[in-house]
Write a protein that binds this ligand. Structure first.
Ligand SMILES: C[S@@+](CC[C@H](N)C(=O)[O-])C[C@H]1O[C@@H](n2cnc3c(N)ncnc32)[C@H](O)[C@@H]1O
Length: 242
């Protein structure tokens, strides 16, 4: 399957439209996420390892906001629990159809891919739930209800893996970590123009929150053990245990 190098924001755009996970983004998505999210590959491999450790016989592993299924495929490689399946969900029809083409006829743990809004799905019998850079795209007012739904659908001993771009309450940290992220993107070959146009497109679409907010919300919905297991500048991955 062919994907292109991301040059969506390389030329000056008169008006910058709000970022959408449409066909144009799907065509460049693997390159875009790899060059934009520090530590992305490390997080994907670790999701596989965590799924190997936490998946249970006769349970479901959920990949919410699966995009092209990187986390699903990593989990699939590591799950050995009998009769465990993966449900991968995304609301972008473009993402879902590409992912379906990609895994059609491939062997391994059964993967069901469906095009749905993760705020509206039933979650039950879950041993592992992954929200890998997805919650940040859900309007903040809907985040508590989604996480409460995940908590009630997880079996005792289950895990939520939550990766997010973070905001910082300390102003100097916010400025420094944002600057370091931009330097990371430039080191990955993005120009100043690409960084600034992409930032404008994501304004009010990707809404980052501080770790303290995530932690409190996770505790409020019932998780009693929450930690960051990985952080690279303003990108972090958390685990919450039921
Ligand atoms: C940054 S991408 C996630 C990357 C992916 N999890 C990975 O590891 O490669 C965010 C994804 O969330 C999806 N998304 C955003 N809001 C959603 C919603 N309400 N329901 C389902 N999917 C949603 C987008 O379509 C997009 O594919």
């Amino acid at each position: 399957m062919q994907f292109r190098k991301d040059s969506l924001y390389a030329n000056p755009l008169g008006e910058i439209a709000a970022f959408k996970f449409d066909d144009a983004v799907v065509d460049v998505f693997p390159d875009m996420i790899q060059r934009s999210v520090p530590g992305y590959s490390t997080i994907i491999s670790a999701i596989g390892l965590l799924a190997g450790r936490f998946s249970r016989e006769n349970s479901i592993c959920y990949d919410l906001g699966c995009s092209l299924g990187a986390a699903t495929l990593a989990m699939r490689q590591q799950i050995s629990a009998k009769n465990c399946r993966i449900l991968a969900v995304d609301s972008s029809a473009a993402m879902v159809s590409r992912f379906q083409q990609k895994i059609q006829g491939t062997p391994g743990v059964i993967v069901d891919v469906c095009c749905r809004d993760i705020r509206e799905i039933d979650i039950s019998n879950a041993s592992v739930v992954v929200l890998n850079f997805t919650l940040q795209f859900i309007p903040p007012v809907d985040r508590h209800r989604l996480l409460a739904n995940i908590y009630q659908g997880l079996m005792p001993g289950g895990i939520l893996i939550l990766s997010e771009k973070l905001a910082f309450e300390d102003e100097r940290q916010q400025i420094l970590q944002t600057e370091m992220h931009h330097l990371f993107k430039k080191a990955q070959g993005y120009s100043e123009l690409e960084v600034s146009q992409k930032r404008a497109a994501l304004e009010n679409v990707l809404v980052p929150e501080a770790f303290s907010i995530h932690r409190q919300r996770l505790m409020d919905v019932g998780f009693n053990s929450v930690a960051i297991w990985f952080q690279y500048f303003n990108f972090a991955s958390m685990i919450a245990l039921k």
